[in-house]
Design a protein around this ligand. Structure first.
Ligand code: APR
Ligand code: PHB
Length: 389
């Protein structure tokens, strides 16, 4: 087999890149380790920056997002059981779209099927070869048969646990990481959301987030110790703790119900430099991970995809590889800006082992400053809504 771009990973990064390239007449093959059903069973975050919304539309996969997504023009920040709203439109003239990442991935698969894109599911033992030369290729096994795909370039869109980043020699790649000393216990419930907009709550007992998917599907999180297991948390225990961390007026009217999904996720900040090695280009979680507090995971994947798509288009259409040579430096600039914001928001809103009374008062004072400072709110808003691609 031969193609122009071999894409490792059929998650949001890989599918969005494949969709954009195919629509520009550039051939791709997507190699996904899991089945499509497995990929679509993952519950992920649901806030899209407007640049991400526009990229999905450019890829021709935005119809359901535009029909079912909910435009949000602000968030609430709560502390000491009281909150205030950050008005995005007033602060930075932007907004975001609330639309489940799982739904977006479904839409991308449907769009890829509609144009007859090649997606190979359940590709086992994918391996990258010759990435430092000018004839890279990929091998894998499926149903006991070995396969080889020759290509011009490889896009490593296979997430944090993928094979692509590992293909960059240890002597070349530099990984910077911070693991946070807590996790997020998240639940999905078929209940009306706690509020029309997202509520991020700083509380002495720990962080809480009230989010949503649609008027009858709520997505909630509480900070829990890393030693906790999801089995320790009954629905009742979750609801009791969640209510304690919300502003009283929200807690009083909270509609509760059985969880239809419940899981604990660890939080880390992670960046791999460089994001390119020879003819291998990393996109999305393969190159970086952010704590979900700033809702940047998918949105950073989108900016990587945007930069790589434009660079590959320039290479094939204009025989100009300048943007490809600049890709890693360009992508990493925005990666670090989003990493900073996600770290800042995580540090502001969570209870750390060493927070103590002074640390808590600093957090509460910073939130008080945010409440009363238009410029502080503008800074938060422009980062939350997404810095320019
Ligand atoms: N071979 C082929 N596919 C692989 C391999 C491999 N060795 N390893 C992983 N994969 C697949 C995974 O099964 C997954 O479907 O690569 C895909 C990577 O998808 P994601 O982990 O979702 O990463 P990405 O597409 O970059 O999307 C980033 O997803 O994880 C969230 O919060 C993250 O919002 C961010 C977004
Ligand atoms: C979600 O809806 O899952 C979500 C929203 C905002 C975040 C994190 C998760 O910051």
């Amino acid at each position: 087999m031969r193609t122009q771009i071999a894409i490792i990973g059929g998650g949001p990064s890989g599918l969005l890149l494949s969709q954009l390239l195919n629509r520009a007449g550039i051939e791709t093959v997507v190699l996904e380790r899991r089945s499509r059903d497995y990929v679509l069973s993952r519950i992920r975050a649901g806030v899209l920056e407007w640049s991400c919304v526009e990229l999905v539309r450019e890829a021709g996969a935005g119809a359901r997002m535009d029909g079912e997504g909910i435009e949000h023009e602000g968030i609430y920040l709560a502390s000491q059981n009281r909150g205030f709203r950050v008005d995005f439109m007033k602060s930075c003239g932007k907004k975001v779209m609330v639309y489940g990442q799982t739904e977006l991935t479904k839409d991308l698969y449907a769009a890829q099927d509609a144009i007859g894109a090649t997606i190979i599911e359940e590709a086992e033992d994918v391996a990258l070869h010759g990435v430092e030369g000018d004839k890279p290729y990929v091998t894998w096994r499926k149903d006991g048969v070995e396969h080889r795909l020759d290509c011009d370039f490889i896009a490593g869109c296979d997430g944090f646990h993928g094979v692509s980043r590992q293909t960059i020699p240890l002597s070349v790649r530099h990984e910077i990481e911070r693991v946070y000393p807590f996790g997020w216990l998240g639940i999905l419930s078929r209940t009306p959301p706690a509020a029309e907009e997202l509520i991020y709550a700083n509380h002495r007992r720990g962080f809480a987030l009230a989010s949503l998917r649609n008027p009858m599907l709520s997505r909630y999180y509480i900070q829990v110790p890393l030693t906790d297991s999801v089995e320790q948390w009954s629905d009742d225990a979750f609801w009791d703790e969640f209510r304690r961390r919300l502003p009283p007026d929200v807690a009083e009217t909270l509609k509760i119900g059985p969880s239809i999904e419940k899981s604990i996720a660890p939080l880390r900040s992670f960046v791999c430099e460089p994001m390119r090695w020879g003819r291998l280009f990393l996109c999305g979680d393969a190159a970086h991970i952010v704590p979900p507090t700033g809702a940047k995971g998918l949105n950073l994947a989108a900016s990587d995809v945007h930069y790589l798509f434009q660079a590959l288009k320039q290479h094939f259409e204009e025989k100009d590889s300048a943007a490809l040579h600049h890709y890693s430096e360009q992508a990493l600039k925005r990666v670090w800006l989003a990493t900073r914001f996600s770290w800042w928001m995580t540090s502001l809103m969570h209870r750390f082992p060493d927070t103590g009374e002074f640390g808590q008062r600093m957090q509460e004072t910073e939130l008080d400053y945010l409440e009363h400072s238009a410029s502080a709110q503008a800074s938060l808003a422009e980062n939350y809504c997404g810095l320019p691609f």
